[in-house]
Design a protein around this ligand. Structure first.
Ligand SMILES: Nc1ncnc2c1ncn2[C@@H]1O[C@H](COP(=O)(O)OP(=O)(O)OP(=O)(O)O)[C@@H](O)[C@H]1O
Length: 252
């Protein structure tokens, strides 16, 4: 099967300045992200995984290099054009849900929908549909402080999906959850991928990495290797975990 390129980075670099010190967090990375993939980014702490995710999503600016989305240059977008791109084309899920504390879950999920130009009624209708799929209907009118961490994170996923983004980014989405809540979130991401959602996720967790179809290993701001794993099936969980462990430790 030929894969469609969703996003392409060419000679991507990110240098942070702390005082007079330069730190080259991303060093001349070339990579393609394919529409059909649930791509997982792994690597040691400090290797540059989150920085890469922020650059590829347009949440941070590149120091050098190019990022193509179709024939558009993401790295050249600024101001309103960049804000419009981020609002309409990408969804982002963080380690903590970052919901607005004094809005209900329904309002939190619908809000980016109104901001992106849907009517209030339409955004709420779509939010309710997502809440049903993510088993949050009963919590629609509750505040974030009135639901569990797993429910908050599922609401954050629904919020990221409200504008039907082409690309869903997730930075350690299960990092603050207990085992069962984490599995529920991974099941949702797996189901989204099966329905055709392109996902790019940073994780330290082999159980989470198992859900991906492709793994990119980052070492010292560079690509240390990529592994095509094929689509996840639950029966292969232990074999995939062993394969990922062997791959990552072989490159660490
Ligand atoms: N704003 C910043 N200013 C200076 N250095 C930074 C900044 N953000 C990140 N760094 C440095 O860049 C490197 C890569 O950071 P990044 O957060 O991308 O790593 P990571 O692989 O996601 O790490 P972790 O797994 O611990 O979250 C680290 O050495 C970090 O200290």
């Amino acid at each position: 099967m030929t894969k469609n390129v969703m996003l392409r980075a060419v000679n991507l670099c990110k240098t942070y300045m702390t005082g007079k010190e330069q730190y080259h967090a991303i060093r001349n990375i070339d990579l393609s992200i394919y529409q059909q993939d649930f791509t997982v980014i792994m690597g040691d702490s400090g290797s540059g995984k989150s920085t890469l995710l922020y650059l590829l999503s347009g949440l941070d600016s590149v120091t050098a290099g190019e990022i193509y989305v179709g024939d558009k240059r993401l790295d050249e977008l600024k101001g309103n054009a960049l804000a419009a791109y981020r609002a309409s084309q990408i969804g982002f899920v963080y380690q903590s849900s970052n919901l607005i504390p004094d809005l209900s879950l329904l309002e939190n999920i619908a809000l980016p929908g109104y901001i992106n130009g849907r009517s209030k009624a339409e955004a709420r209708k779509h939010a309710l549909k997502l809440m049903e799929e993510l088993k949050l209907s009963k919590q629609a009118s509750r505040l974030p402080s009135e639901v569990s961490g797993g429910q908050q994170q599922r609401a954050a996923i629904a919020r990221a999906l409200i504008n039907e983004p082409k690309l869903l980014f997730a930075d350690e989405p299960t990092g603050s959850l207990n085992y069962e809540q984490g599995v529920a979130v991974l099941d949702i991401l797996t189901a989204m991928h099966e329905r055709g959602q392109c996902i790019l996720m940073v994780t330290h967790d082999i159980k989470a990495a198992c859900r991906g179809s492709r793994l990119i290993y980052i070492r010292d701001g560079k690509i240390g290797g990529t592994l095509d794993m094929g689509p996840y099936t639950p029966e292969q969980t232990s074999a995939r975990e062993e394969m990922i462990f062997a791959y990552v430790t072989g490159r660490g």
